[in-house]
Design a protein around this ligand. Structure first.
Ligand SMILES: Cc1cc2nc3c(=O)[nH]c(=O)nc-3n(C[C@H](O)[C@H](O)[C@H](O)COP(=O)(O)OP(=O)(O)OC[C@H]3O[C@@H](n4cnc5c(N)ncnc54)[C@H](O)[C@@H]3O)c2cc1C
Length: 318
C-alpha cells in the first residue's frame, strides 16, 4: 500500500502533455502498489491545471499557488513538504529540463534514492525500474533497495491519460521560505529560429543525411509545406548548420509524438529513434532496404528520395 505522488509541469500558462503521461505512469504504479495516486501542481493557474489533471485513477490533486513559472527553490521546498504531507513512497517527476533541475535536490533533501530517465516501472514487493543504457542500445533493470524513491520519468513512454476522473482537489499551504529562493524567472526569450516547437507538432516531415547537400533541404521544405507539416531533422543536418537546433529530433534533440512522422533519408539510429518512436504512424523513405528505420516504420518506401519526394509533392498539390 505505497502511495504515489506525480508532480505535473507547466510552462508559459500551459500544462505540458508530459503531465498527463505522468498521470498514466503514476496510475500504473499505484495499481501495482495498491496505493493511492496523488497529483500535484506548483505555481501558475493551479485551478485550471487541477481541472485538466482530473483524470481516471487520480485520487487527490494538490495545488500549490506560488508564483507563475517553474522555480527551482519553490518546487524543491513545496514538493519535499508534499511528499511528507501525503506520505508518498514514490515521487514521479517528468525527465524534463525542469524535472532534472529539482528532482535530485528533492531526493537529496529527503535522503531518498533517485532513478532518472525511467522508461518502465514494476512493483512486486519492491520497485524495479527500467532504464536505457548505451544510448538506447541496451535496457537495464534497476532494483530500488528502499521502500521509497524519487523517479524522473521519460516523456512519451506512457500514453496521455484521457478519461475524466473524480479526484478531490485540495489547496496545499506550502511554507515557502522566500529568503531561500535564490533565482527568479524574468521572462522567456525565443532563440533565433525558435519559432517552432516540434515537440507540439502533429505532422512532421523529417530529413536526414540522405539529402546530401544543404541546397536540397528546400525540396523537403516544399513537401512539408504541401502537406501542412512541420519540418524536422536528424542530428547531422543540425550539426552541419543546415537547420537550427530546435528542429533536431532525438536523444540530444527533442522528443516528438506526432500523429504522422515521415523520415526521409534517415537511417534510424537508436539516438534518433529515441526521439520519435512515440509517433503514431511512421513512414520511411530510404534507398537501403536494411536501414533500421524500417524496423519501426508502419509504411516504407525503398527508393531514392529525389524521385519519391517530387512525385509526392505533385500528387498532394494535384
Ligand atoms: C550521444 C549521441 C547523441 C545523439 N543524438 C542524436 C539525436 O538527438 N538525433 C539524431 O538524429 N542523431 C543523434 N545522434 C547521431 C546518431 O547516432 C546518428 O549518427 C544520426 O541519427 C544519423 O543521422 P541520419 O540518419 O540522418 O544519417 P545516416 O545514418 O548517415 O543515414 C542516412 C540515410 O539516408 C539514406 N539515403 C542516402 N541517400 C538516399 C537517397 N537518395 N534517398 C533515400 N535515402 C537515402 C541512407 O541509406 C541512410 O540510411 C547522436 C549520437 C550520439 C553518440
Amino acid at each position: 500500500m505505497s502511495d504515489v505522488l506525480a508532480v505535473a509541469e507547466h510552462r508559459q500558462g500551459e500544462l505540458r502533455d508530459v503531465s498527463l503521461e505522468l498521470v498514466t505512469a503514476g496510475r500504473d504504479l499505484a495499481e501495482q502498489t495498491g496505493g493511492d495516486l496523488h497529483v500535484a501542481v506548483v505555481g501558475g493557474a493551479v485551478d485550471e491545471y487541477a481541472d485538466a489533471l482530473d483524470r481516471e485513477g487520480v485520487d487527490a490533486i494538490h495545488t500549490v499557488a506560488h508564483g507563475d513559472e517553474f522555480n527551482h527553490d519553490v518546487s524543491t521546498q513545496a514538493v519535499e513538504q508534499l511528499v511528507a504531507a501525503v506520505d508518498a513512497a514514490f515521487l514521479l517527476v517528468p525527465h524534463s529540463v525542469n524535472g532534472m533541475d529539482y528532482a535530485p535536490a528533492v531526493a537529496a533533501g529527503l535522503d531518498r534514492p533517485l532513478a532518472t530517465d525511467v522508461v518502465g516501472l514494476d512493483y512486486d514487493d519492491g520497485l524495479t525500474v527500467t532504464r536505457e543504457l548505451y544510448g538506447g542500445k541496451v535496457e537495464g533493470t534497476v532494483d530500488v533497495e528502499d521502500d521509497w524513491a524519487v523517479l524522473t520519468v521519460r516523456p512519451a513512454e506512457w500514453p496521455v491519460a484521457e478519461e475524466p476522473g473524480d479526484a478531490t482537489v485540495e489547496s496545499f499551504d506550502a511554507s515557502i521560505d522566500d529568503g531561500a529562493v535564490r533565482t527568479t524567472v524574468n521572462g522567456f526569450e525565443e532563440v533565433a529560429g525558435g519559432d517552432v516547437d516540434i515537440g507540439e507538432a502533429e505532422f512532421i516531415v523529417s530529413v536526414g543525411r540522405g539529402i546530401d547537400e544543404e541546397e536540397n533541404i528546400a525540396l523537403i521544405e516544399d513537401l512539408a509545406d504541401a502537406l501542412g507539416a512541420t519540418l524536422a531533422a536528424s542530428r547531422p543536418i543540425v550539426d552541419n548548420g543546415w537547420l537550427p537546433k530546435n528542429r533536431q529530433v532525438g536523444q540530444s534533440g527533442k522528443v516528438v509524438t506526432p500523429d504522422v512522422y515521415i523520415a526521409i533519408g534517415i537511417s534510424g539510429a537508436v539516438q534518433h529513434v529515441a526521439g520519435m518512436k512515440g509517433a503514431e504512424t511512421i513512414v520511411a523513405i530510404n534507398t537501403d532496404p536494411d536501414a533500421p528505420i524500417f524496423d519501426i516504420a508502419d509504411y516504407g518506401i525503398v527508393d531514392d528520395l529525389f524521385d519519391v519526394v517530387p512525385e509526392l509533392i505533385e500528387t498532394v498539390e494535384g
